[in-house]
Design a protein around this ligand. Structure first.
Ligand code: KIV
Length: 295
């Protein structure tokens, strides 16, 4: 029987949420099973973030993440998603060599990986031109201001932005300029809630906050932080809704104890000869669980 079709979240539908609500629920995902769970749980926007580099690939920051890695993981996510809008994150140095290279890289997220949009950090004059060029090429773009993790080597450390008036003004101006350049939404990362509120009121596109307080039009968190499956430093803005690291650790410990004690596998997890198989010949090798073969 064909699966019932679920209406997809589109860019216009997402933009309309700014005025009609409800707030936009966004999370990161980097693989098929996680994306499937998030989509079925009703997450509106799934970001294949370059945080992939830190939470999945074990890098110290997002700088080493490549276009090919982003495409590989975005493909896995879009294979699972039926409803949510999937956004692919432009990794460091995928948009630094000029307009043509940027548009070509951005188009890969749509053409090869099946995403509906891309995200790009920053709002310098040059960056705004890139946003315009991508939008001109029919690629929906989400902006990202405040703390922009790809600038880690210039910043020296990940820290809250916009605590001083000048920096706060710049965040508001950058967001307004991103809207003018054609962005359909903007991520506000690590800033005082007052600044995020001002931006949210100043722009006509949805603001998606992470460490930016409750006044944004939507919220995003890194999935691994939300479920307690991260290994690194946890920023103040994270709320942990589960403790997956502990759950997985316990499951693996129980498995190891069972294997060592001979409790696993047992009769119920082993294959058997057919009752009539009395040939005396060696049984065919049991099919592997990895192959999911039925007995
Ligand atoms: O890479 C990422 O996951 C992000 C979000 C934190 C917004 O950019």
């Amino acid at each position: 029987m064909a699966e019932p079709s679920i209406p997809r979240i589109t860019i216009p539908a997402l933009r309309a949420r700014k005025t009609v609500g409800p707030k936009i629920v966004c999370l990161t995902a980097y693989d098929f099973p996680t994306a499937k769970i998030l989509d079925e749980a009703g997450v509106d926007l799934i970001l294949v973030g370059d945080s992939l580099g830190m939470v999945v690939l074990g890098h110290a920051n997002t700088v080493p993440v490549t276009m090919d890695e982003m495409i590989h993981h975005t493909k896995a996510v879009t294979r699972a998603v039926r409803r949510a809008l999937v956004v692919g994150d432009m990794p460091y140095f995928s948009f630094h060599l000029g307009v043509d290279e940027t548009v070509r890289n951005a188009s890969r997220f749509l053409k090869e990986a099946g995403a509906a949009a891309v995200k790009i950090e920053g709002a310098s004059k040059k960056r705004l031109k890139l946003v315009e060029a991508m939008v001109e090429a029919e690629i929906p773009v989400m902006g990202h201001v405040g703390l922009t993790p790809q600038s880690i080597h210039q910043l020296g450390q990940f820290k809250v932005k916009g605590k001083e008036v000048e920096e706060a003004r710049k965040i508001v101006e950058d967001s307004v300029n991103l809207e003018k350049a054609g962005a359909f939404a903007v991520v506000l990362e690590s800033m005082p809630l007052e600044v995020a509120k001002t931006v949210t009121e100043a722009v006509g596109i949805p603001t998606i906050g992470i460490g930016a307080g409750p006044h944004c039009d939507g919220q995003v968190l890194v999935f691994h932080d939300l479920v307690g499956y991260s290994t690194g430093y946890q920023p103040k803005f994270v709320r942990k809704y589960a403790d997956l690291s502990a759950t997985i650790g316990r499951a693996v410990g129980d498995y190891a104890a069972d294997v060592r004690a001979g409790r696993f596998p047992d009769d119920s997890t082993s294959y058997h000869l057919k009752p009539a198989a009395t040939t005396g010949a060696a049984p065919r090798r049991g099919p592997s669980a990895a192959g999911r073969t039925k007995e």
